[in-house]
Design a protein around this ligand. Structure first.
Ligand code: PLP
Length: 495
C-alpha cells in the first residue's frame, strides 16, 4: 500500500463547488433543492477532511469513499430531513419511563386531539351563551365527577371495570368535600411553583427534612421554593419528623404546610413520618392550609394492580388535604400536565395569579386530558395504555414471551424466559414493582452491551435492560403490535 501524505490526499478531495457541478448531483438538487444538497455536500466533504486529518483514510480508502460520494450525500440529506424525535420500542418494563416520553397515549385520545386541533373549537367559547368561555370548563366537568363523587356514568362499563375500582363513586360523594376544584398547568413542577407562589409568597412554608426531594431534571423543592418567593422552613431530621416538629415551627409568618411524596427514594430503618391525618388536624387547628405534592397522582385504586400503601388523589383529598399537585403523564396516564386539585377558595387564588396565564396549557393538552378523564369516568381503563400495561398478568406476558422466543431462538441466540419485575417508574411508588416474565437473550458473537447497542441502532430503536451478561426484554411495555418488529430487528442485528 502506497503511503500518501495528508496534503496529497487533501488535493484529491473535491471542493463543494466541484461536487455540486457534477452531473450525478442534478437529480438530488431536483428533488431536495439546491441549499439542502449544498449543506449535505459540505458536511460529507468536511467529514472526509476530518478523517484524513486523523489518519483514518489512506489513499485506497479515500478512493472508495469518493466513489460513494453521491450516495453518502443522499444519506446525509435523508438524515438531515428526517425527524429527530422518533418512536422507540420500550422493552425495559419501566411503564412510565421518564427518558422515553412517560405515558404513551391511546387511540381515543389521539382522535380527540386530531378532531379538535385540525378545526376551530369551542376552547374558550360558551356555545350556549354565545360569549367568551373558560378553557378549564372542558375538564372541570369530568374532574367534578371523578373527585367530587358526581360520577353517575359508572355502570355498564367495559369488561374488567370491576377490577380497577374508581374511588370517585357514591362512597366518595359522602366523604369528599363538595368544593373541590382543579386547574391545569404545564407540568407538576409548574403546579408546585404556582401553588407556592399563590399561597405563600413572602411567607414561610414548613417541610420535613426527609422530603426535600430532587426529581430528575433539576426539580428541587428548595429551589422551586426560592423561585416562588416563599421561604423554606425545614423541620425534623432526614429520617424522623413528627407532627410536633411542624407544630413548634408555626409562627405568624407561616402560610403553608407542605408534604412532598418521596417519589424516587425510600428511607428505611429508624424512621418516623407524621401521618396525613395528623397534619390535617394540625392544619385545621392552626388555620393554615396543607398541601401535598403527590407527583404521581393516581385516579384509580393502586391496590387493584397489587400495589399497596400509596395514596391516590382521592385518598389525600378525602383525608382533608387542602391542595394536591400531580402530573398528568405519570400514573394518570395522560398528556404532560400539572394538575392542582383542592379547595375552591385556594384554587381561585391560583387562577387569578398572573403566573397561571404564563403556565397554562394549550388546546392539544386540554383535548388529550379530556379524553383521558372521560376514559376514567366511563371506567374504560383499557383506553389508557399505561393502565392496560399495569393490569397485564405475569401469565399473559409469559405466553407472549414464549411465542416470541420460538421465533427468536436460532443458531444466533440463546433465549430463556425468566421471572422478573416490571417497574411503574415516573417517580411513582419507588419500591413497587409488578411480577413479570422476561426474555433473556445472549449470543456467542456479541456481549450484552454490544447487543443492546445494536438494538438501539435498529429501526425503530429498541431499548432494553442488560443484566449479568444478558439482554432482558420485558414485553409488558412492548405493544403487542410491536412484537413483529422486535423479532425482525433481532433477526437483523446479528449477521
Ligand atoms: C414527578 C414529580 C414532580 C415533577 O413533575 P413533572 O410533571 O415532571 O414536572 C414534582 N414532585 C414530585 C413529588 C414528583 O414525583
Amino acid at each position: 500500500m502506497k503511503i500518501a501524505a495528508a496534503s496529497e490526499l487533501f488535493r484529491k478531495l473535491p471542493s463543494v463547488d466541484e461536487v455540486m457541478r457534477g452531473p450525478a448531483i442534478t437529480a438530488l438538487v431536483a428533488s431536495y433543492g439546491h441549499a439542502p444538497v449544498a449543506d449535505a455536500t459540505r458536511a460529507v466533504v468536511a467529514r472526509l477532511r476530518q478523517e484524513i486529518t486523523s489518519g483514518l483514510l489512506d489513499e485506497n480508502a479515500l478512493q472508495l469513499a469518493l466513489s460513494g460520494l453521491v450516495a453518502a450525500i443522499e444519506n446525509q440529506l435523508r438524515h438531515a430531513l428526517s425527524y429527530s424525535l422518533r418512536p422507540v420500542i420500550n422493552a425495559t418494563g419501566v411503564i412510565l419511563h421518564t427518558n422515553l416520553g412517560r405515558a404513551p397515549l391511546g387511540d381515543a385520545v389521539i382522535e380527540h386531539i386530531r378532531e379538535t386541533a385540525t378545526s376551530y373549537s369551542n376552547l374558550e367559547f360558551d356555545l350556549a351563551a354565545g360569549e367568551r368561555g373558560k378553557r378549564d370548563a372542558h375538564v372541570e366537568r369530568l374532574f367534578g365527577k371523578l373527585l367530587r363523587g358526581e360520577n353517575t356514568l359508572t355502570q355498564g362499563a367495559s369488561p374488567g371495570a370491576a377490577e380497577l375500582h374508581l374511588r370517585g363513586t357514591a362512597e366518595a360523594a359522602v366523604s369528599t368535600r363538595a368544593d373541590i376544584k382543579t386547574i391545569v398547568v404545564n407540568n407538576n413542577a409548574a403546579a408546585v411553583l404556582l401553588a407556592l407562589n399563590s399561597l405563600a409568597e413572602g411567607g414561610e412554608v414548613i417541610v420535613s427534612r426527609g422530603e426535600l426531594v430532587e426529581i430528575g431534571g433539576s426539580f428541587r423543592i428548595p429551589d422551586v421554593m426560592t423561585k416562588s418567593g416563599a421561604i423554606l422552613r425545614e423541620v425534623g431530621t432526614t429520617n424522623r419528623t413528627r407532627t410536633t416538629d411542624y407544630e413548634s415551627a408555626i409562627t405568624e409568618r407561616t402560610r403553608l404546610l407542605l408534604r412532598v411524596h418521596r417519589s424516587n427514594f425510600e428511607i428505611t430503618g429508624f424512621t418516623e413520618q407524621a401521618s396525613t391525618a395528623e397534619l390535617v388536624a394540625l392544619a385545621r387547628k392552626r388555620g393554615i392550609p396543607l398541601m401535598e405534592d403527590l407527583g404521581s397522582g393516581a385516579l384509580f385504586d393502586l391496590r387493584s394492580v397489587g400495589i399497596s400503601g400509596e395514596a391516590g388523589v382521592l385518598d389525600s383529598l378525602r383525608c382533608g388535604v387542602d391542595i394536591v399537585t400531580y402530573s398528568g403523564d405519570k400514573l394518570l396516564g395522560g398528556p404532560q400536565a400539572g394538575l392542582i386539585s383542592g379547595s375552591a377558595e385556594l384554587i381561585s387564588r391560583m387562577r387569578s395569579n398572573s403566573l397561571f396565564r404564563a403556565l397554562r396549557v394549550d388546546k392539544l393538552i386540554y383535548a388529550a386530558l379530556e379524553a383521558t378523564l372521560l376514559a376514567y369516568v366511563r371506567l374504560d381503563h383499557d383506553a389508557i395504555p399505561t393502565l392496560r400495561m399495569m393490569r397485564l398478568t405475569k401469565d399473559e406476558i409469559g405466553r407472549r414471551a414464549e411465542a416470541l422466543a420460538a421465533q427468536i431462538a436460532t443458531a444466533k441466540f440463546r433465549v430463556e424466559i425468566i421471572d422478573g419485575e416490571s417497574i411503574l417508574g415516573g417517580g411513582a411508588a419507588p419500591s413497587s414493582s409488578l411480577p413479570t416474565r422476561l426474555l433473556a437473550l445472549s449470543c456467542a458473537r456479541f456481549s450484552a452491551d454490544e447487543l443492546s447497542h445494536r438494538l438501539r441502532a435498529s429501526d425503530p430503536p429498541i431499548i432494553a435492560r442488560t443484566e449479568e451478561g444478558r439482554v432482558l426484554l420485558d414485553l409488558r411495555t412492548v405493544f403487542p403490535e410491536q412484537d413483529a418488529a422486535l423479532v425482525a430487528a433481532l433477526a437483523g442485528i446479528v449477521p
